[in-house]
Structures are given as C-alpha cells and as structure tokens.
Design a protein around this ligand. Structure first.
Ligand code: UD1
Length: 420
C-alpha cells in the first residue's frame, strides 16, 4: 500500500540517533557474494527497500539467503541457477547493474536488464560495458538486456572516461577473478568503493590502491566467504545533520564516520553550525540560529557529494543570504526545486545551477517525491514550514533511509506515516 509522510514543522530537532549501514556499500557487497565459492556473512545491513530488492534479485537467481532479526545476512551462492537480473527488478533499482561483473567473472555469463532507477538524468552504463569488453567479454544488447559472455576474463589496463562509482565497482569485482593483473585508472574514490574493496580483500582478492584513483588488482582463481560489516551511511548521517541545522537544533549522530563527511561538515560550519566529532560520532549545534546560505559544487569524492545536494538546496531555501548550488554529476537533478518553490522559496535554476534567496519561513504544501535524495530535501523543508506538509510517493525515500520517521521522531520531529 502506498503511503505518505505528514510533517508538522516548526520544532528544532534535538537528541541522539545512530547511523545505519551505507546503502551504496551494502548493494555492491551483496553483489560481491556472487563471486564467492562459499557462504558469506554480511553485517550492519540497513533495513531498506533497495536491500530487499537486492535480496529478491539474488533469491530469484537461486542464491540461498538467511536473514536474522538483527539484519545480518548469510548468503550462500552455491545453489545459483539463473544468471539473470530481470527488468522488473532492475527498473526499480539501477544499482542492480553491479551483478553484471560478478556473474560474468564467476560464471562466464550474465543477462542484466538495462537499468531504470532514479530519474535524475540519462545515467548510461557504457563505461561498465567498455571495461568488461577490455577484459575479454563479448557483450550484446538485445531486447533491453545486456547479454555478456566470457570464457575467463583477462586482466586489462582500463582508463575510465569519467569517474563512475558503480562502474568502478563492477570492473573491480570482475578483475578479482580475471586471469592476470588489471589496472583501473581514474577510478572512483568514494568510501563505498573502498568498503567494497575491503570486503573483497577479506574474501581473498588482491587489490591495491583503494581510495586512490588507480586500482591494481591481481586476479585470483577463487574467492571464499568471510564476515564483513558494512560501513556507516555518510549520506544518511549528513541528511540528519542538515535536519538539525535547518531547524536550529542540536543532534548527535553515533556509529558514524566523521572522516567520510569532511566536505559536508565544512559547508555546515560555513552555514553557522558548531560541529564536534569523535572517532564514531558527530554532534551539530545550531544554537537556535538561522543558517547562513552557502555555495556548494558537487563533484566526485572527496569533494561535495551529489547525494547531499538536494538537502543543501533545502537549507539554502531558508538561510540568510544568497546561496548557489552547482550540480556537476547529474543533469536534471533539481526536481525538488519545483516543490520547494511551491512552499514559497525563492530559487532560480539556470542550467546546472540553483541560486536561492533565502526566505525566513516556508509554507506547508502537499508535495510529491521524485527521487531518493529529493524526497529527503522535501522532508527537511517540511520540518521548517508553517503547517502540515505531506510528502507523497515516499517509496523513493524507503529505498534509501532506514526508519526515517522513527529517527526524526526520536529527535523530536512531529512526523507520521499515513496511507495516501
Ligand atoms: C552512484 C551512487 C549514487 C550517486 C552516484 C554519484 C550507488 C548505488 N549509487 O551511482 O547514489 O549519486 O554514484 O556519486 O552507489 N556515467 C557514464 N557512463 C557510465 C557510468 C556513468 O557516462 O557507464 C556518468 C553518469 O551519467 C554520471 C556520472 O558518470 O553523470 C557519475 O555516475 P556514477 O558514478 O556511475 O553513478 P552511479 O554509480 O550510478
């Protein structure tokens, strides 16, 4: 049943919550289990729709999955019988493309539907395909499916045209079981790519350079299962920090990693927040102040993440002064702006830039979520709006935020889920 969130704005958020495991790390890690000859245990798994979709995808392939009450997942790939990712699943979760590399490398064959996912630009997969071809794969696109075959992949030197997160992950996973050495240049440096590399190394892979733009991978004959805990979600963490900043509140996020959020924390300080950190926690204190508008430019890690862009657009909407947001990763990622305008914000979009003149308050309105991070920004705006804001189509938010209304309620927000 579809549902919507109702947010009654006006309260500063205060309190403490824990960060969940990272969506963008757990999805490739679950795909990596396909490379293993023996069962694999994955811990700190967030309870998300995208995780459920990935489990359904693996389950349909014949992979055996056992989930305990704490969301630890045991994956046994030995019963696999179908090397296929069907359209009806891939269309709801573009990240399903990350099964392509593992299936091809381990089983010599894969059929993966061309992806759908968030409607934030064209999002092609040409770099995934080119890289696998360089490793010796034969790839055709037929009937909307990528059909890939290979006897055994061989190592290759691949220079990525553009920094791509899932592209790097697919090629890194494939290279782990290829014959010989692979070098991936202009690789993505996102923490989730590093987390996947650590997981693969724990399975027996030989990878050097994770977290730099050059990966060296020495192919091995087989990989085996291990226990791996997924890293904390830096985007979820950042979203709750903005929630505190936008409402003038004070929150502490525990079980997180401040070192993964440097660019975001810097902007929050510029916006007027006081930030303190420990090894695994971040506290933000706004002391009741209205935020100051900031200038943000998205770019690959370690620069400011595109997945935090919409949340900062909401922050700028109510901040003091003029804010400028430039989106360099995805075209068409300003769909939240139309909804924010309907709440009385003053934001002009030209090309890939959104310029806002902050208004002191927003007005509640019925809103429609269009993609995952856009929906987060609408909830943030609802927290500072006068009246009751409803956000419909929240299946987008359930894809990537674990128990969002419970976590916000724990911080004192008035938010509830109702049937729509
Ligand atoms: C991942 C993240 C997503 C994040 C994005 C950018 C996951 C599951 N999702 O998405 O949350 O917003 O990184 O940080 O990890 N491109 C091509 N050809 C390709 C692949 C990508 O041109 O073959 C382009 C894309 O259109 C885009 C840019 O490269 O402009 C970056 O996209 P990419 O890093 O691949 O995004 P995803 O891996 O899909």
């Amino acid at each position: 049943m579809s549902s919507k969130l109702i947010i009654s704005g006006g309260l500063p958020l205060t309190g403490e919550i824990r960060a969940s495991g990272a969506k963008n790390a757990v999805l490739p890690i679950l795909a990596a289990t396909l490379l293993s000859d023996t069962p694999m245990h994955v811990g700190n798994v967030p309870h998300l729709q995208d995780v459920t979709t990935t489990m359904e995808l693996l389950g349909r392939m014949g992979v055996d999955l056992v989930v305990d009450e704490r969301m630890n997942i045991e994956v046994d790939p030995r019963s696999i019988r179908e090397l296929r990712a069907p359209y009806e699943l891939v269309k709801t979760m573009r990240a399903a493309i990350v099964v392509l590399g593992p299936l091809l490398a381990r089983y010599g064959r894969a059929e993966v539907s061309l992806p759908g996912g968030c409607a934030i630009g064209s999002r092609p997969v040409n770099l995934h395909i080119n890289g696998l071809q360089a490793m010796g794969a034969h790839i055709d696109v037929e009937g909307g499916y990528i059909i890939a075959r290979a006897e055994r992949l061989h190592g290759a030197r691949i220079v990525m045209d553009q920094v791509t997160v899932t592209g790097t992950e697919n090629l890194m996973m494939a290279a782990c079981l290829a014959r010989g050495e692979s070098v991936i240049e202009n690789a993505a440096r996102e923490p989730e790519v590093v987390d996947l590399a650590h997981c693969l190394i724990c399975m027996g892979a030989k990878i050097e350079g994770a977290g730099t733009d050059t990966l060296h991978i020495d192919g091995v004959d087989s990989l085996t299962g291990c226990h791996y805990d997924v890293l904390p979600d830096r985007i979820e963490t950042g979203t709750y920090l903005v929630a505190a900043a936008i409402t003038g509140g004070r929150v502490r996020i525990k079980d997180t990693r401040p070192d993964l959020l440097e660019a975001v924390l810097l902007k929050l300080v510029e916006a007027g927040a006081e930030i303190s950190t420990g090894d695994d926690w971040i506290e933000l204190d706004m002391q009741g102040r209205r935020p100051t508008a900031v200038k943000v430019r998205t770019a690959p890690y370690p620069a400011f993440p595109t997945d935090m862009q919409a949340q900062f657009t909401a922050l700028n909407a109510v901040a003091e002064g003029t804010g400028v947001i430039t989106e360099t990763i995805f075209e068409n990622r300003f769909m939240h702006v139309h909804e924010l305008q309907r709440m009385g914000s003053d934001i002009q979009v030209e090309g890939n830039t959104a310029v806002s003149r902050g208004v002191p308050r927003l007005r509640a309105a019925p809103l429609m979520a269009t993609d995952l991070r856009a929906s987060a920004s609408l909830i943030l705006a609802g927290l500072v709006a006068d009246g009751d804001t409803s956000v419909d189509r929240i299946y987008h938010i359930d894809r990537g935020y674990e128990c969002i209304e419970e976590k916000l309620a724990q911080l004192g927000a008035r938010i509830r889920r109702v049937p729509s």
